[in-house]
Write a new protein. Structure first.
Length: 547
């Protein structure tokens, strides 16, 4: 200890005052030079390491989880601001005598690395990755992820932050990925993870679903112009039905996603909204919410120029009526093309009648499922129509909009076509507009322990205090199951094997290893080989941890 103290005192003290007067630094001080002197002293003195080493390993430890940055991009002012906050908390705990190791980390997985690799390789479509092979593509991803570590190290050091770069962790490290897989297995064993088919924010450009949280990031919503159309849906009412008078009338729907109309399987009305059966100035009969009739005066007319209100009916009375969809691709689909009741329908915009395409709307899917309507999915992974809708096969949904609108107009089913500007979610990485699409994904069942999180949130000291029951508290109360899977290549694998044999549907990986557990700081091994890029090509023949 004496030697260590002697060595420590051998370094010159950094003097922040004028030597003669003992006053503060004058106006001519060079702050870059002062910064260099402080950093040089800390480096020579190894001050940060001493703040750890002079605490016993078993003393009160404080762990601060510092979200790791992507190392394939340069730091910016956002990192500067949050970096100071991330330094303040552990530094305060160090001053209180706690052992704070502060290992720095690097987020090396995910879309940022893949997008960079695609640029380097000249890849413009996901199919090119499949043709190239995962080994070559993942190697390109790996080579790009730590490109700017030196710049990051200099940047963070010049912030006067204390972090441990020498014992850093990377999300591509095998030990780290195994800990993620162990966490997945633990959740699986507790019944807190499942595979579901749900409507999610979907990036057609990156060909992967995103979480709802990613779609709600501050910079995800941007103003965008889209077409909005009001379309006729011809009602077909049986002769013995009490509302026989509505046969041949046109239920009017309004949508800002014309590309979803080929997949229409139902229309919804609110049971408590009153709907008008009117004859427009064009002689055709229409059904829409009473509150929305005036909004369509230009097309339907007014009482002074030909509009005639024939009758009014509640949404509850309309439920069960059949109609003919604007396209016949899925005509005859079981239980489809009926008027359904849905509580989320409003008269704030549109017509008060909502078109349902269950594959492209979360609420649409819920209502359809409750009424025995199975989802139809006519899009491929790139957001292009498949052979299920031949006229639009190969068209990306946004490119299909003008073609679909043209066809609706030619068929006499288009009442109004307008352009709206609205706030719309975009991919936080590619900047491309998202769509909402039903895809199979793995979820953490957050709703099963949501109440416990709300309870524990009350024990947290929030600054400012209103965040606890305000923004964060309300978010917790409405938290939904978390989508954790991505349809990409460069990331921690989900440890599930599913047989191709339909007679055997058990998940081979997680269901079989009942004795799998973590017995040390990192999880036991799961793969039989070390090459993480080839892990999915092997089915383990020995239990994890037996290597």
């Amino acid at each position: 200890m004496a030697d260590e103290t002697s060595t420590r005192n051998a370094y010159p003290r950094v003097d922040f005052t004028d030597a003669d007067a003992g006053s503060r630094q004058g106006a001519s001080v060079s702050f870059p030079e002062l910064e260099r002197r402080v950093l040089d002293y800390w480096a020579a003195d190894d001050t940060f390491r001493a703040s750890i080493d002079n605490r016993a390993e078993k003393c009160d430890e404080f762990v601060f989880y510092d979200g790791p940055p992507f190392a394939n991009g340069l730091p910016h002012y956002g990192h500067l601001l949050t970096g100071y906050v991330k330094d303040l908390v552990p530094r305060f705990q160090t001053m209180r005598g706690k052992r704070v190791e502060r290992r720095f980390g690097w987020d090396t997985h995910g879309l940022p690395a893949e997008i960079e690799a695609e640029k380097q390789l000249g890849i413009t479509d996901k199919s090119q990755i499949d043709a190239m092979g995962l080994a070559e593509f993942n190697a390109a991803c790996k080579s790009s992820v730590l490109r700017y570590t030196n710049e990051w190290r200099e940047y963070v050091t010049r912030q006067a932050r204390w972090v441990d770069f020498d014992n850093d962790y990377k999300t591509l490290d095998l030990d780290f990925m195994e800990s993620v897989m162990w966490a997945f297995k633990s959740l699986y064993d507790k019944g807190l993870v499942y595979q579901g088919f749900r409507v999610l924010p979907y990036s057609w450009y990156e060909q992967t679903p995103l979480s709802n949280q990613e779609a709600r990031l501050d910079d995800a919503y941007r103003m965008r112009q889209d077409p909005a159309v009001t379309v006729d849906m011809l009602l077909e009412v049986a002769p013995d039905h009490p509302l026989r008078e509505l046969d041949g009338a046109n239920a009017l729907i309004w949508t800002t996603t014309p590309w979803t109309l080929p997949s229409n399987l139902a229309i919804a009305v609110h049971p408590d909204i009153t709907y008008a059966h009117v004859r427009g100035k064009d002689g055709k009969r229409y059904v829409l919410a009473v509150e929305r009739v005036a909004h369509y005066a230009r097309e339907l007319g007014t009482a002074d120029d030909g509009l005639e209100v024939l009758s009014e009916h509640s949404g509850a009375a309309l439920a069960g009526l059949r109609y003919r969809p604007p396209f016949d691709f899925f005509l005859g689909h079981p239980n489809a093309h009926r008027v359904l009741n849905a509580d989320y329908v409003t008269t704030d915009s549109g017509t008060g009648v909502v078109h349902l395409a269950p594959a492209f709307g979360e609420e649409d899917m819920d209502v359809a499922s409750a009424n025995g309507i199975e989802v139809v999915q006519p899009l491929d992974a790139g957001g292009k129509f498949t052979s299920m809708v031949p006229p639009y096969e190969g068209l990306m949904v946004f490119d299909a909009n003008p073609v679909i609108i043209k066809d609706l107009k030619a068929a006499g089913k288009l009442l109004r076509h307008e352009t709206i500007e609205h706030s719309y979610p975009h991919s936080w990485r590619s900047g491309q507009p998202l769509i909402y699409m039903a895809v199979p994904s793995w979820f953490v069942a957050v709703t099963k322990f949501r109440d416990r999180m709300v309870e524990l949130n009350q024990q947290i000291t929030w600054v400012p205090e209103h965040i606890r029951d305000g923004q964060f508290g309300k978010w917790l109360e409405n938290a939904r199951d978390w989508n954790i899977s991505r349809n990409r290549y460069w990331g921690a694998p989900i440890p599930v094997w599913i047989s191709d044999d339909p007679a055997y549907r058990a998940s081979t990986c997680t269901a079989r290893w009942t004795n799998w557990s973590a017995t040390s700081a990192c999880a036991r091994r799961i793969c039989t080989g070390r090459a993480s890029t080839n892990w999915c090509a092997r089915i383990p023949t020995t239990p994890p941890g037996s290597r």
